[in-house]
Design a protein around this ligand. Structure first.
Ligand code: FAD
Ligand code: UDP
Length: 379
């Protein structure tokens, strides 16, 4: 029997689930308060320069999940792209993630891999056997010099708190290498969608478009209808009207500027690790699409500033401070006790999820749709 579902959020999570429901013959309303598809991964042409920009910050697709890699490629061409990040710290330009070039430059050494490994091991704090915080993780991995140069100031700016109040998992995202491989990610599959992420999301929704009613610029809270079931990819606490309090997020301010030079910084992402520089990084967007960059005479860049999100701000990074766990657990209990709704995605589950994990979890939810509907009270 065909049912009518609501999918809140037109990012990857929402699009994957909406497509699946529509493919089963159901009607789906996809609602997003933004005026475009793609959620936080949205890409669009800059009005002045024509360069494709990642409106809500740089997004590089990377995964080890073959199913997810195959899935996204059904909806658009991915060009090979390797994320190579540079960082300005203490008056020098380094390569990140920390690799042999970073180590040799930092310590003015000429180590080979084995020497560098032994040297960093001698710096690492061996008394920390089970690192729990970001700071402990960093000190036990690379020792104080590299921690203070690359992580301490940047992390304070990015998260607005001391690194010893953040979970170790945040740093575990980054590789540490004792060769000259400066690929920011370890994953075997990495790429950039040729026509941008929003085109991928549009294509995910396209095949069953006759059963998908997309409503942009509209908030779920203002919808008059009721649905057989709601798949909610917005903020978990918002769904419940913040009735238990607010989960904390970091938001980002992007300061756009156009460089008259065709190449402003020579690379896509330059991190600024020193605490006295107020922004965390500058993204120069033409470098995310190297296959077309020669055609643009100017270059558009964004300085990225991180701050605590207020009620009206876009939530970007869930903070998940240790002290916040009790509030999160109460919301999770509320979510489990609620019928007619499932929570998905970065905001719906309040987790620091990359695109591939988001898509993977949405695909798993699709596989379990009948049991989700049965256990959540859908008729
Ligand atoms: P979202 O994309 O956030 O979509 C949720 C949508 O729901 C939003 O569009 C929002 O407007 C809408 N919404 C929320 N509440 C309501 C409501 N009540 N009514 C109507 N609409 C609502 N991942 C990577 O893999 N690689 C990267 O390089 C990378 N870089 C990132 C950089 C930054 C700065 C950030 C913040 C994230 C980055 N990510 C990256 C993660 C990536 O953005 C997420 O994995 C992805 O966006 C999650 O998709 P989603 O559909 O769960 O959520
Ligand atoms: N980080 C840092 N210095 C850097 C880059 C990263 O201290 O130059 C820390 C920071 O706390 C960041 C975390 O490592 O949040 C993970 O880095 P990643 O590049 O994955 O952050 P994201 O791309 O999610 O902003």
């Amino acid at each position: 029997m065909a049912r009518t579902f609501c999918v809140v959020g037109a990012g990857f999570s929402g699009a994957v689930v909406a497509r699946h429901l529509a493919s089963l013959g159901h009607r789906v309303v996809v609602v997003d308060e933004r005026t475009h598809l793609g959620g936080n991964c949205h890409t669009e042409r800059d009005g002045q320069t024509g360069i494709m920009v990642h409106r809500y910050g740089p997004h590089i697709f990377h995964t080890a999940n073959e199913r997810v890699w195959a899935y996204v490629q059904r909806f658009g061409q991915f060009r090979p792209y390797i994320n190579r990040v540079r960082a300005i710290a203490r008056g020098q330009v380094f390569s990140l993630p920390i690799n042999l070039a970073t180590i040799n430059q930092m310590f003015r050494t000429t180590f080979g891999p084995a020497q560098a490994r032994a040297f960093i091991a001698s710096k690492a704090d061996r008394s920390i056997t089970n690192p729990r915080t970001f700071r402990e993780q960093a000190l036990s991995m690379v020792g104080p010099e590299l921690y203070e140069t690359f992580f301490e100031g940047y992390t304070r700016k990015q998260w607005g708190c001391e690194p010893d109040t953040l979970p170790a998992s945040i740093l575990k995202r980054l590789p540490l290498r004792f060769n000259y491989d400066d690929n920011y990610f370890n994953h075997p599959y990495q790429g950039m969608p040729e026509a941008g992420y929003t085109a991928i999301v549009r294509n995910i929704l396209a095949e069953f478009a006759q059963r998908i009613d997309i409503r942009l610029g509209a908030a779920f809270e203002d919808m008059p209808e009721t649905f057989d079931h709601v798949f909610y990819t917005g903020p978990l606490d918002r769904y419940f009207g913040f009735r238990l309090g607010r989960l904390e997020y970091r938001t980002l301010d992007f300061e756009r500027f156009v460089s008259p030079e065709p190449d402003y910084q020579g690379t896509a992402v330059m991190n600024y690790c020193d605490a006295d520089v107020p922004y965390t990084r500058i993204a120069e967007h033409k470098h995310f699409a190297p296959w077309e960059q020669a055609q643009f005479e100017q270059s558009v860049c964004f300085r990225e500033y991180s701050r605590a999100a207020q009620a009206a701000d876009t939530p970007y990074y869930p903070i998940r401070l240790t002290g916040e766990q009790p509030l999160l657990q109460k919301y999770e209990e509320l979510a489990r006790a609620s019928t007619g709704v499932s929570f998905l995605g970065r905001l719906g589950t309040y987790r620091y999820l990359d695109m591939d994990v988001t898509i993977h979890e949405a695909l798993l939810a699709c596989e379990q749709i009948e049991s989700i509907l049965a256990s959540n009270g859908a008729q």
